[in-house]
Design a protein around this ligand. Structure first.
Ligand SMILES: *[C@@H]1O[C@H](CO)[C@@H](O)[C@H](O)[C@H]1NC(C)=O
Ligand SMILES: *[C@@H]1O[C@H](CO)[C@@H](O)[C@H](O)[C@H]1NC(C)=O
Ligand SMILES: *[C@@H]1O[C@H](CO)[C@@H](O)[C@H](O)[C@H]1NC(C)=O
Ligand SMILES: *[C@@H]1O[C@H](CO)[C@@H](O)[C@H](O)[C@H]1NC(C)=O
Ligand SMILES: *[C@@H]1O[C@H](CO)[C@@H](O)[C@H](O)[C@H]1NC(C)=O
Ligand SMILES: *[C@@H]1O[C@H](CO)[C@@H](O)[C@H](O)[C@H]1NC(C)=O
Ligand SMILES: *[C@@H]1O[C@H](CO)[C@@H](O)[C@H](O)[C@H]1NC(C)=O
Ligand SMILES: *[C@@H]1O[C@H](CO)[C@@H](O)[C@H](O)[C@H]1NC(C)=O
Ligand SMILES: *[C@@H]1O[C@H](CO)[C@@H](O)[C@H](O)[C@H]1NC(C)=O
Ligand SMILES: *[C@@H]1O[C@H](CO)[C@@H](O)[C@H](O)[C@H]1NC(C)=O
Ligand SMILES: *[C@@H]1O[C@H](CO)[C@@H](O)[C@H](O)[C@H]1NC(C)=O
Length: 525
C-alpha cells in the first residue's frame, strides 16, 4: 500500500485506473498531481470526493469517476474547471446539478440521485447532456435553448414536469439545430409535441414515451424531420388522427404510438415509409448513432464516448430477449391500445422489412388484407382485440418467419389455415372469434370436405416444430439502445496510447466518425 502522505516524485499527465479496490477514500497521493490532463478512476469503490479534488484537478480535461460509490453533493459551480469531458455516472450523488465547466462538451451525471437542474445552463460547447435515471424534478429550464451545440439530450428516468421549452426565436440562429437524439422518456412532462424539434433537421431518435404529452402529432414532422429513424411515443395522451405526413419520413423504421388516444383511421400513406420497405431492414442513420456498450472510452487521440439510452424489453411468447447491436435492424410498427377505426391499409404488404406489427386493442374493421402475406420478414403479428372480419387470408401461410401471432377477439370466420407456421399456433391465438373453425380449435369445419386432407397432416408435425423453433432463435425482441458520441480532439493529437488497451469493444473503431462527417452523410440520404 501507498502511504497516505506519499508525495510522488513525478508529475503525471494521465491516470487511468479501473476495477481496483482503492476506496473508500480518494487516493491522497494524487493531490499533488495538478498537471493531470486525464483522470479516469472507475469502479474502485471510492466513496467521497475530497474538497481538494476540484482545485487539484481544475486543469484536467477528462474527468471520469464512473461506477464508484460517491456520495454527497457537488460544488454548486464548476465553471472554473477546464474539463471538457466529465463523467460521474453510476454513483450516489445527491443535491443540485452544478453549473457546468465553461468549456464542457460531454457531461454525464446519469444514474445518481441528483434532484434539481441549474436554472442557467451556460455551456456553449456542450454536445452531450446525459442525466438519465436521477430524481430530478421541476421543469426543464428554458436556458436549455442556449445549448446551441447540443447533439444528444438524455433526461429520461427523472421526475421532470411542465412543458418542454418552446425556444421561441431567440438570439441564436436556429435553436438546438444540431440535435440528433432526444430522450425524455419516463418523466412527468406535459404539453404538446415539442415544437422546438422543428429546428432539428438531423434528429434521428425521439423518445417521449411514458409521459403526459397530449395533443396531436404535428404535420410538420413529415417535412422538418426527414432523418427521423425512431419515434417512440408510447404511454402518453396524444390524440387526434395520425397525420398522413408521417408517411413522408424516409428514414422512419421504428414507430411506436401504443397506449395513446389516437383516433381515426390508419393513414394509407404509411405504406410509403421506405425505410420499412427495405429488404435489408437496416438503418444507416440508427447505426450511426448507436453502438453496443456503455460509457466513454479513449482511443488514441480520439474520445469515444457513449451513453445508455434505455434498456427495455418487449415481451413476446413469455420470453424477454435483449439485444444491443440489433437496433438498426429493428423494423417495428406498434399502434396498439388506441382508438383507431377503419381498415388496415390494403397495401401494408409493401412494408416488406417489417419484423413486428402490433395493431391490437383498437376498433379496426374489415378484412385482414390479402397482401399481408408480403411481409416476409414478419416475426410478430398482433391484431387481437379489434373488429376484423372475414377469413384468415391464405397468403398468411407464406409468413414463414412468423413465430408469434395473435388474432384473438375479432370477428374472423372460416377455417384456420394449417400450413407452415400455422401448425405452431395454439388456440389462445384465436379465442373470441366465433366463426373460426378447425385445428387448433376443437370445433370441426362441417360441410367443407375439401378441408379433410390438410387437416390430416397435423399429427406428424414434430419435425416441423423443431424447424420452427430454430427459426425463432433469430427472433429479436427487446430494446437496448445505446448511443455514442464521438468527439475528435485535435489538440490531443499526441496519442495517449496507454488507453488503447482500455478499448474492449472493436465496434468503437468502426464507429469513429466526426459529427460533421456523420451529419453530412445523414444529410445525403
Ligand atoms: C468492478 O470491479 C470488480 C473487481 O474489483 C469486478 O469484478 C467487476 O466486474 C467490475 N465491474 C465493472 C462494471 O467493471
Ligand atoms: C476554455 O477554452 C478557452 C479556449 O480554449 C481557454 O482560453 C479558456 O481558458 C478555457 N476555460 C477554462 C475555464 O478552462
Ligand atoms: C434506469 O432506471 C430504471 C427504473 O428504475 C431501471 O429499470 C433501469 O434499469 C435503469 N437504467 C440503467 C441503465 O440503470
Ligand atoms: C415526482 O414529484 C411529485 C411531486 O413533485 C411527487 O409527488 C412524486 O412522488 C415524484 N415521483 C417520483 C417517482 O419521484
Ligand atoms: C405527475 O405529476 C402529477 C401532477 O401534475 C402528480 O400528481 C403525479 O404524482 C406525478 N406522477 C409521478 C409519477 O411523479
Ligand atoms: C401488442 O400490444 C399490446 C398492448 O400494447 C401488448 O399487450 C402485446 O403484448 C403486444 N403484442 C406483442 C406480440 O408484442
Ligand atoms: C373512440 O372514438 C369514438 C369516435 O370515433 C368516440 O366516440 C369514443 O369515445 C372514443 N373512445 C375513447 C376511449 O376515446
Ligand atoms: C361479424 O361478421 C359478420 C360477417 O362475417 C357480420 O355479419 C357481423 O355483423 C359481424 N359482427 C360484428 C359484431 O361485427
Ligand atoms: C367453407 O368454405 C367456404 C369457402 O372455402 C367458406 O366461405 C365457409 O365459411 C366455410 N364454412 C365453414 C363452416 O368453415
Ligand atoms: C392473445 O391475446 C389474448 C387477448 O389479448 C390473450 O388472452 C392471449 O393469451 C393471447 N395469446 C397469446 C399466445 O399471446
Ligand atoms: C371432429 O372430427 C374428428 C375426426 O374427423 C372427430 O373424431 C371428432 O369427434 C369431431 N369433433 C366434433 C366436435 O365434431
Amino acid at each position: 500500500m501507498v502511504s497516505p502522505n506519499w508525495v510522488p516524485p513525478f508529475r503525471l499527465l494521465a491516470v487511468t485506473l479501473s476495477s481496483l479496490k482503492l476506496g473508500p477514500a480518494f487516493p491522497p497521493w494524487l493531490r499533488s498531481q495538478t498537471s493531470l490532463e486525464i483522470l479516469q478512476i472507475r469502479n474502485a469503490s471510492i466513496a467521497t470526493i475530497p474538497e481538494w479534488f476540484w482545485v487539484s484537478f481544475s486543469r484536467a480535461m477528462f474527468v471520469d469517476l464512473m461506477d464508484n460509490h460517491l456520495t454527497g453533493t457537488l460544488p454548486a459551480r464548476l465553471e472554473f474547471m477546464a474539463a471538457d469531458v466529465m463523467i460521474l455516472s453510476n454513483n450516489r450523488l445527491t443535491g443540485a446539478v452544478p453549473k457546468f465547466p465553461r468549456n464542457i462538451t460531454y457531461m454525464d451525471l446519469s444514474r445518481n440521485s441528483f434532484g434539481t437542474l441549474p436554472s442557467d445552463f451556460r455551456a456553449p460547447h456542450l454536445e452531450a447532456l446525459i442525466l438519465y435515471n436521477n430524481s430530478i424534478s421541476g421543469p426543464i429550464p428554458s436556458s436549455l435553448c442556449s445549448l446551441s451545440q447540443l447533439v444528444m439530450l438524455d433526461l429520461s428516468g427523472n421526475n421532470l414536469t411542465g412543458e418542454v421549452p418552446s425556444c421561441q426565436e431567440g438570439s441564436v440562429n436556429p435553436l438546438l439545430h444540431n440535435l440528433m437524439v432526444v430522450n425524455l422518456n419516463t418523466n412527468n412532462l406535459s404539453g404538446e409535441f415539442p415544437r422546438v424539434l422543428q429546428n432539428c433537421h438531423y434528429l434521428a431518435l425521439v423518445d417521449l414515451s411514458y409521459n403526459r404529452f397530449s395533443g396531436d402529432i404535428p404535420a410538420w414532422i413529415g417535412v422538418k424531420l426527414p432523418n427521423l429513424a425512431l419515434l417512440r411515443l408510447r404511454y402518453n395522451m396524444f390524440s387526434g388522427q395520425i397525420p398522413i405526413e408521417i408517411g413522408k419520413i424516409q428514414e422512419l423504421q421504428f414507430l411506436d404510438l401504443a397506449h395513446n388516444k389516437f383516433s381515426g383511421s390508419i393513414p394509407d400513406s404509411l405504406v410509403h415509409l421506405s425505410a420499412m420497405a427495405r429488404t435489408s431492414g437496416y438503418s444507416y442513420v440508427l447505426n450511426s448513432v448507436i453502438r453496443a456498450g456503455r460509457g466513454p472510452h479513449l482511443y488514441n487521440s480520439i474520445y469515444v464516448v457513449g451513453f445508455f439510452i434505455e434498456k427495455e424489453s418487449f415481451l413476446t411468447k413469455g420470453q424477454q430477449l435483449e439485444f444491443s447491436e440489433q437496433i438498426p435492424y429493428m423494423v417495428v410498427l406498434d399502434m396498439s391500445c388506441n382508438n383507431l377505426t377503419g381498415a388496415i391499409p390494403q397495401d401494408i404488404g409493401a412494408l416488406i422489412g417489417l419484423r413486428s406489427l402490433n395493431f391490437s386493442w383498437n376498433n379496426l374493421r374489415g378484412a385482414i388484407p390479402e397482401k399481408i402475406g408480403g411481409l416476409q420478414q414478419l416475426e410478430s403479428l398482433d391484431l387481437s382485440n379489434n373488429e376484423l372480419s372475414g377469413q384468415i387470408p391464405s397468403s398468411m401461410t407464406g409468413l414463414t418467419s412468423l413465430s408469434h401471432m395473435n388474432l384473438s377477439y375479432n370477428n374472423l370466420s372460416g377455417k384456420i389455415p394449417t400450413n407452415n407456421q400455422f401448425q405452431t399456433f395454439d388456440a389462445s391465438d384465436y379465442i373470441g372469434n366465433i366463426g373460426l373453425c378447425g385445428y387448433p380449435l376443437t370445433n370441426n369445419c362441417t360441410g367443407n370436405s375439401s378441408s379433410g386432407p390438410t387437416n390430416a397432416d397435423h399429427g406428424d408435425g414434430s419435425d416441423d416444430i423443431s424447424l420452427y423453433l430454430g427459426l425463432a432463435v433469430g427472433y429479436i425482441l427487446g430494446l437496448w439502445v445505446v448511443f455514442c458520441v464521438l468527439l475528435f480532439k485535435k489538440r490531443w493529437s499526441t496519442a495517449y496510447f496507454v488507453f488503447v488497451e482500455g478499448l474492449q469493444d472493436k465496434i468503437y473503431v468502426a464507429m469513429v466518425l466526426r459529427w460533421a462527417n456523420l451529419k453530412r452523410k445523414v444529410g445525403e440520404t
